[in-house]
Design a binder for this molecule. Structure first.
Ligand code: ADP
Ligand code: MG
Ligand code: MG
Length: 916
């Protein structure tokens, strides 16, 4: 999401005489859509909309350079800022015909944050700024509506107190709801003026008590207080967490937008709302949104009131609705992408307050991209660029089993229904707050259940398998964030009651559920069901792997398939899979992998009859005994390889010779040892002694990989024989085979020389015996830093390299993969590391070894094939890096293959753009 934006310089510089403040209004703006770095996303959108003639209330944007300055200079402002703000404020006053702080016709403004990348709800907006006891009267008189003026004032006090004075919003909400109860008002809009006057007094009293001084009456103090609060909020905990989860750099900074107010709370011909130009959950091409009549923006955005669907607006305010339709179509055509817009209607006139590229689920992203290609709006290439590679995994995620679900529906297990806010099925244990969700998620899937969510809950939402709220609409915080994260989510399930105090989720006619109880939610349809519910495969999996659904019946599949085929036309990086069984090979092939990049032979040893033979081999008292056991293992290995070769007809298959230390195959506990001793006819004491003998203090750095092959050559000889006999059998069936034998854990030239010679000798023997001709390669894994450094020696002997980036990361950092979990999260939090290096390749260090190894290897062998087979092969950022190193292919687990195909195409486009 942030990658395209990262190409521009990280910190906009502010040369002498350059502007800090940019005006927009009356059809002309000083900025535009391309200036996100300077104006932030919101400011750039406001400027662009102004320029293309969309109605936007006039205002100005204080640039992100000021935020950078603010943090670099002890939270102070550049000297010129004050006068630039004053000048721009004067322009706004002139445009609107009102004056800031004026008693008779006061100008009111909103102060809004806006970073480059949208950070929903992270920064707090203040509306109606410029109201005090006097200007409120002026507003009442000039509008002829006292109720409206008081409503605006009480909102302003509430927001300003929360954001700038840091008084808990709850105090105010509590008084508001108490008042509504007292006067019997169903909505905020139904509270009469005299009650609002009383409420304003109560609010001011709260401020006096909590703050020890009066609510600020000077409008300039208000303005600068708000501007400072926006800059300060860049570094509040929620913002930091969001940036971390989304890889947004901390030094980008936010802009501040000061904008004249328009009022959605001035009567029944007023409203405020949010909309998407297409459905952000499914991608359906249909205007989609929500609004509240006679209300102000934050009511909808915060999700604290459940709004009405946009279709109602067409009935109640047809003219404003028609204007909105015109504007949304104009914006979508202009940006050529789905937009997320915020609007306000004041006295039947429409104003746009925001537009941005809408966040969407993986489902929606794929559908919108394909539809827009069909509509002639975008090219194949743009479609490929637009779907975040990682998001495509959502299309592979399970859904509820249809029969199970209808049983649950009929069996009275439905506790309630809400709005389907994020597609997918989720079953998990209830957690009533974010903290518990994070903790409980360590033991199993969790459903985070809240009345509503707020930015403080981000970490909990991230660790939850699904999210349920009882209040709020499809554009509420919970919905927006869940869609961004790809979490199944149901919002606004109003018939359910969450009682945080008792720790209960209640619904009529059902026993209350407690924290830790199982709950299932369907984010595609909105049902909330008690207990666990079985899931079934996604449509893509049903069509592609199981054959239980036809392609023509699944639009999801067809779009998935089209998009990935476009990606294949673009990419040059090959995609292979890491798979050890014919079934892995089949799955990966169907997902579009071309060959196997890593077939681990040891996994084949664990099946019941085999492990016995393996143990006999390891425990054999001499070479003859070892050879006998190996002879018995050979047919097993051979038949596994035959299966894989058949499955991947014509494609390359990289088979790694035995890698783990032998000790891993032996029994460990006394009980296991005694069983094995009996099975093998050994004495218990004798066996235990042998096991102890093989024990290593640090097995990962011990007797493993090619070290085993050198000290026990008969093991590798058997494996090579099995590979080539299998290849001959399958070749004789008329199937093309391309074995690539890979030698693990090489650190010296001699190790590779000895082992490669052996492989070529045995392979030659088998092919001669069987009189079959097969093209094969012998290569090595590069996973020890030393191997990367001497790659110009290894490149002479090997025909291919495959970077084993898991071990390479482990050995370059000196972090044990199995133990690093105890400190790596802290390292990421403390910013010692940007990301977990086992998840995304460390480009600065480990990446250098990949680059050096590739260059040096190719310097002696121009035809050297180079690939990657660590976990990183399925990570989009790593793939981008590997493409830039000039690798031939990446190999990843079968279910990551679609992600890798898409990411490889995106990497290609970036590389081309970079090379010009
Ligand atoms: P967020 O980034 O949380 O969406 P915004 O700055 O967009 O915050 O403000 C939230 C809402 O406040 C907007 O959607 C809009 O409805 C309302 N709002 C902001 N500025 C104004 C304004 N000048 N006039 C009327 N409403 C406004
Ligand atoms: Mg907004
Ligand atoms: Mg390894």
């Amino acid at each position: 999401m942030t990658t395209t934006e990262q190409q521009t310089p990280a910190t906009p510089s502010h040369a002498d005489g350059e502007k800090y403040v940019y005006y927009f209004g009356d059809g002309h703006a000083e900025g535009n859509a391309k200036m996100k770095n300077v104006l932030g996303g919101k400011g750039a959108g406001l400027a662009e909309m102004t320029n293309i003639g969309v109605p936007v209330p006039p205002g100005f944007t204080i640039s992100t350079a000021v935020c950078t300055y603010f943090y670099a200079h002890d939270k102070t402002y550049p000297a010129e800022l004050q006068s630039e703000v004053a000048k721009n404020l004067a322009s706004v006053e002139e445009s609107v015909g009102r004056k800031f702080g004026d008693r008779a016709k006061p100008l009111l403004v909103s102060v809004r944050s806006g970073a480059r990348a949208s950070m929903p709800g992270m920064m707090d907006t203040i509306l109606n700024l410029g109201l005090n006891d006097e200007t409120t009267q002026g507003l009442a008189q000039s509008s002829g509506d006292e109720r409206f003026a008081l409503d605006s004032y009480r909102r302003f006090i509430q927001m300003y107190s929360g954001v700038v004075l840091e008084i808990d919003r709850e105090h105010f909400e509590h008084e508001l709801f108490a008042l509504r109860d007292r006067v019997g008002a169903q909505t905020d809009a139904a509270i009469p003026a005299e009650s609002l006057r009383e409420l304003v007094a109560t609010y001011k009293k709260i401020v006096r008590e909590k703050l020890g001084s009066e609510f600020p009456q000077d409008v300039n103090d208000q303005l600068w207080g708000a501007i400072g609060a926006v800059f300060n909020s860049w570094n509040n905990q929620r913002a930091i967490t969001y940036r971390k989860l989304n890889n947004i750099p901390d030094d980008w900074g936010t802009a501040v937008n000061v904008q004249s107010m328009v009022f959605g709370n001035m009567g029944d011909d007023c409203a405020t709302g949010v909309a998407f130009t297409r459905n952000p959950s499914t991608g359906e091409r249909k205007f989609f949104g929500e609004f509240l009549p006679n209300a102000q923006g934050e009511d909808v955005v915060a999700g604290i009131r459940t709004p009405m669907p946009i279709s109602e607006l067409e009935k109640t305010m047809p003219a404003a609705y028609a204007a909105l339709v015109d504007v949304y179509k104009k914006l979508e055509a202009h940006y050529r992408d789905m937009q997320d817009i915020e609007f306000t209607i004041q006295s039947s006139k429409l104003y746009l307050l925001q537009t941005r590229t809408g966040k969407r689920t993986g489902f929606a992203a794929v559908k919108i991209a394909c539809d827009m290609v069909d509509e002639g709006l975008i090219t194949h290439r743009e479609a490929v660029e637009r779907v975040e590679a990682g998001q495509i995994t959502q299309l592979l995620a399970p859904v509820f089993d249809a029969q199970e679900k209808s049983k649950a529906l009929q069996g009275g297990r439905v506790l309630g229904r809400g709005l389907p806010a994020g597609p997918g099925a989720a079953t998990g244990m209830i957690a009533f707050n974010a903290e518990n969700a994070v903790r409980m998620a360590k033991d199993g899937p969790v459903i985070l259940v809240r009345i509503e969510t707020s930015p403080e809950d981000i970490a909990g939402m991230h660790s939850a398998a699904g999210i349920l709220t009882t209040r709020g609409g499809l554009t509420s915080h919970a919905a927006v964030v869940a869609r961004g994260m790809g979490r199944p989510c149901v919002v606004g399930a109003g018939s359910l009651r969450v009682d945080y105090g008792k720790g209960e989720l209640r619904s009529e006619g059902h026993e209350p559920l407690e924290e830790g109880d199982w709950l299932s939610i369907d984010g595609s349809t909105g049902e909330v069901m008690g207990g666990k519910l079985a899931t079934r495969e996604s449509e893509v999996v049903q069509v592609l792997l199981e054959g239980t659904m036809k392609a023509e019946d699944s639009e999801v599949f067809r779009n998935f398939d089209r998009l990935l085929k476009w990606a294949d036309e673009i990419r040059t990086l090959g995609i292979r899979t890491n798979g050890d069984t014919p079934n892995d090979a089949r799955v990966a092939r169907l997902f579009g992998a071309h060959g196997i990049g890593l077939c681990r032979t040891e996994h084949m040893f664990f099946a019941e009859e085999r492990i016995l033979k393996v143990r006999e081999m390891i425990l054999a008292r001499n070479e003859a005994g070892r050879r006998k056991a190996l002879d018995e293992l050979l047919p097993f290995q051979q038949s596994d390889f035959e299966g894989i070769f058949r499955e991947l007809a014509g494609m390359p298959v990289t088979i790694r010779l035995l890698d783990p230390p032998l000790h891993e195959f032996l029994p460990h506990t006394e009980a296991q040892i005694s069983t094995v001793a009996r099975d093998m006819n050994w004495g218990f004491v004798e066996l235990r002694q042998k096991v102890n003998q093989l024990h290593e203090t640090n097995p990962m750095l011990g007797h493993r990989g090619c070290r085993l092959g050198i000290t026990y050559p008969e093991i590798y000889e058997m494996q090579v024989r099995a590979i080539f006999q299998a290849a001959c059998v399958v070749r004789n069936e008329g199937v093309d085979v391309h074995p690539e034998v890979m030698i693990p854990l090489v650190g010296t030239t001699k190790e590779l020389q000895i082992t490669a010679d052996m492989v070529r000798r045995v392979a030659g023997d088998v092919l001669k015996e069987r009189r079959v001709k097969i093209d094969y390669l012998v290569g090595t894994m590069i996973e020890i830093p030393r191997a990367a450094l001497i790659a110009d020696k290894l490149g002479d002997i090997a025909q291919f390299f495959s970077f084993g980036t898991n071990d390479l990361t482990q050995m370059t950092f000196g972090y044990s993969r199995d133990d690093a979990g105890t400190f790596l999260p802290d390292y990421v939090n403390l910013k010692i590391l940007g990301r977990d290096p086992f998840e995304s390749i460390d480009q600065e260090g480990v990446g250098q070894l990949v680059r050096i190894g590739t260059e040096r290897g190719r310097s002696v062998n121009a035809n050297l094939k180079v690939g990657v087979c660590g976990e990183h092969g399925g990570d989009p950022d790593s793939i981008r890096f590997f493409r830039s190193c000039g690798l031939n292919y990446v190999s990843c687990s079968p279910y990551r293959v679609p992600v890798a195909r898409l990411a490889a195409a995106q990497a290609e486009l970036e590389q081309k753009a970079y090379e010009g």
